[in-house]
Design a protein around this ligand. Structure first.
Ligand code: GLC
Length: 507
């Protein structure tokens, strides 16, 4: 099979890393479908559903590209690395388009190109086993080199595919170098000169920071461009992308404001403020077909906003499954989250025992820092009739929890957008959120949820108690959860905002 041959070639290349293989002649991928009259958009990202996912980024890449393609105005393509964790069931369907060699400083690395079309979007996969044949996506000592190779490959495959996008839309630090290489090297070549770069920050916490010592030897950035990526005596790839791109954006309007402030910016606030004239905030949507209480086959029972009888079944079965007493009138408060500090867990650990004095049940799903994992395990042991701690990542169970609970708690300290509060609404579970980032933009008090403003445990407790009290008022509660379930979190509006942003960039 072509894929196997490619892997062998990659392995050989990796072994002979210092050898300088002759670059393969650039061929054009003959079977490329033609999309005429549409604006050409290339997403550059490190993950995308349904192929590979570690967080919300992947969902946005998968669902936004699909929504843009559905407008029929854009020829949308996505490029991601071919990680070995991408399941065989997908790989078997990929088409091998060919291979080329990618230069990066003294390296000359094999780059296989695969493609797959889904929902009107063409996905490209960059194959190099030396960099991507490892479990997971990130967390390796050479992540900088891996994503430098990937970013360079993105620019090098353009002549190979004969596809030069009008907007190259790069997401998060792993794709920052694609924008940097475009604006420092490639834009001097005729074919690349009209490509605009948009850089989207999904989380400003991860910036891609490296020692300046490897500027040219690893990142292949010339000394004259050091000023673009240099920040606080280090290389900062996110900073570099912000400096070079025509526009940059965040995943909610509120977060676009927040990151001008040191409290949220993880050190980048001066850069954000200096470049604020080209910053936009566009709220993410979710795939409202994928998250649909009427159709979702993971649920114990389906239901609609107008007929919630199935939701009662979901709740009962969830209580049974998690060994909680089956009590239809006891509200279930759930959290589905990475168990890390910025998700607001310090607030929860502080006051949850006070909250448990009321007649409630608490369901936790997620993994993360040991201190929180062990806190919730101990809590479940202490309150076996009230608390279920599921310290795992499980997509099926998450949908059963979203649909079977009454209240969804998301008290993040910061949240660029957040998708879980929207998913909870889709399953008629009323969110309680802190007013930050996309939580502020998507959840409005008493319209479709509860909010609190200060990062304060007792402010949160007050709102939890309010929600638990309101839950007893069946008539009002059913109106509130109806409004939550019918809130519009589809991509329709936000895809339009991206459309306008692309058109603005192309003027
Ligand atoms: C990151 C952010 C999250 C956002 C997601 C998709 O994971 O932390 O808030 O929803 O990206 O943009």
């Amino acid at each position: 099979m072509a894929a196997t041959t490619t892997k062998k070639t990659a392995a050989k290349t990796a072994a002979k890393k210092t050898a300088q293989p002759k670059p393969a002649a650039v061929k054009k991928a003959a079977e490329e479908p033609a999309f005429t009259g549409k604006k050409k958009i290339l997403f550059v990202a490190s993950e995308a559903t349904p192929f590979i996912q570690t967080g919300g980024l992947a969902e946005v890449i998968g669902s936004l590209s699909k929504a843009l393609a559905a407008t029929d105005k854009f020829d949308v393509r996505v490029v991601i690395p071919l990680y070995s964790d991408i399941k065989k069931e997908f790989r078997d369907k990929f088409t091998y388009l060919g291979n080329l060699y990618v230069h990066l400083a003294w390296r000359n690395q094999y780059c296989g190109v695969f493609s797959y079309e889904k929902d009107g979007v063409i996905f490209y996969f960059i194959d190099n086993e030396f960099y991507f044949k490892r479990p997971g996506c990130y967390g390796y000592f050479d992540d900088g080199e891996r994503f430098a190779f990937f970013s360079r490959a993105v620019l090098e495959i353009m002549p190979f595919l004969n596809f030069y996008p009008e907007v190259m839309h790069c997401h998060d630090w792993q794709a920052a170098l694609a924008a940097i290489y475009l604006k420092t090297n490639y834009c001097f070549r005729e074919e690349y000169q009209f490509i605009r770069a948009l850089f989207t920050i999904h989380n400003i916490e991860y910036q891609g920071q490296y020692s300046l010592d490897i500027l040219s030897s690893l990142f292949d950035i010339y000394g004259k461009y050091q000023y673009l990526v240099e920040y606080n005596n280090s290389i900062n790839l996110m900073k570099g992308a912000i400096e070079v791109c025509e526009r940059f954006s965040t995943v909610s309007p509120k977060y676009a404001e927040e990151i001008k402030d040191p409290y949220y910016a993880h050190g980048l606030d001066p850069i954000i403020r200096n470049n604020a004239f080209k910053l936009r905030g566009i709220l993410n949507g979710i795939d409202d077909v994928g998250y649909n209480c009427e159709l979702d086959s993971h649920l114990f029972a389906n239901f609609t906003p107008d007929d919630m009888s199935g939701k009662a079944v979901c709740k009962k079965e969830l209580q049974k499954m998690l060994n909680l007493p089956v009590k239809p009138d006891t509200p279930i408060i759930s959290m589905i989250s990475r168990l890390v500090s910025h998700k607001g867990l310090d607030l929860v650990t502080n006051v949850i025992e006070e909250a448990l004095q009321d007649d409630i049940q608490l369901v936790i799903l997620g993994t993360g820092d040991y201190q929180y994992e062990s806190f919730f395990r101990a809590l479940a042991q202490k309150y076996p009739d009230k608390v279920s701690a599921n310290i795992v990542f499980n997509g099926d169970l998450s949908r059963k929890i979203y649909s079977g609970s009454d209240i969804f708690l998301m008290p993040s300290k910061s949240e660029p957008c957040g998708l879980s509060q929207m998913i909870a609404c889709r399953y008629a579970t009323v969110p309680i959120v802190r007013e930050t980032g996309g939580l502020f933009d998507s959840i409005k008090p008493l319209e479709n949820g509860y909010t609190f403003s200060n990062y304060n445990a007792h402010d949160m407790l007050y709102v939890i108690r309010q929600a638990v009290k309101d839950y007893k008022n069946k008539k009002e509660w059913s109106k509130l959860r109806y409004r939550a379930a019918t809130s519009d979190f589809s991509w329709r509006k936000s895809a339009k905002d991206y459309e306008n942003l692309y058109l603005e960039m192309l003027k």
